[in-house]
Design a protein around this ligand. Sequence first.
Ligand SMILES: [Cu+2]
Ligand SMILES: [Zn+2]
Length: 245
Amino acid sequence: MFLFLYLVISLGLSASGVVRGEGEADSNGDSPLQDIQKKVNDLWQNLLYPQFINETTNRIGYATCEVKPSSNLDADKPQVTGQVLFRQSYPNGKLEALFDLNGFPSGSNQSGRAIHIHKLGDLSNSCDSTGGHYNPFNVNHPRHPGDFGNFYSKEGKIRKYKPNLLATLFGPYSIMGRSIVIHEQEDDMGKGNNKASLENGNAGRRLACCVIGICNKNLWEQKFPDITERRKKRITNEHKTTRPN
Ligand SMILES: [Cu+2]
Ligand SMILES: [Zn+2]
């Protein structure tokens, strides 16, 4: 058994070029130990290289989630539809997301709405069968990778770009095939002083949900300029109003 393991490891290392002459530094001037570390990391990364990343996608992964209202909702609740799109460069890019949601009440004074990644991509009982928050590291809310916080609608819509998210499309903790849930209420961000607050932020009923799936770059490229243009305009306007004349 040990001999077998030894053979597999040494074959792997020699195939990846790790095994070199004694004390020999590589062309970057790294020490042999640093070199081995780098090679082992590369080896792992290659083992985890997802099938949907390739040269035609420029080593960028894309995903979409097609949001539909929960079928377990009372008729007077908001019927939320839309899309959540994701983009991430392989292997070390930060996840970015675009939220484009419709169907919220249009009056002012709307409460924030919590949005999370839930553990299961199971819609057999609509949004109520998606389980709890996706929590691969067994930590408290709001430190789950899919705790996106509170979103505020304007004229019935949520349009939001979020960069630098903790969740990932790649590797063993990929969010692919899991779900996104839009809640009726605000996320208390773990400050509710009860058990549920540290599990789900007491965000109330599940208004709408979807399952995250692989897509090509088209949806992102259509939507990204539109949503970020608006954001830029808003920031420029805010800048103008805060700058002394
Ligand atoms: Cu949730
Ligand atoms: Zn959470």
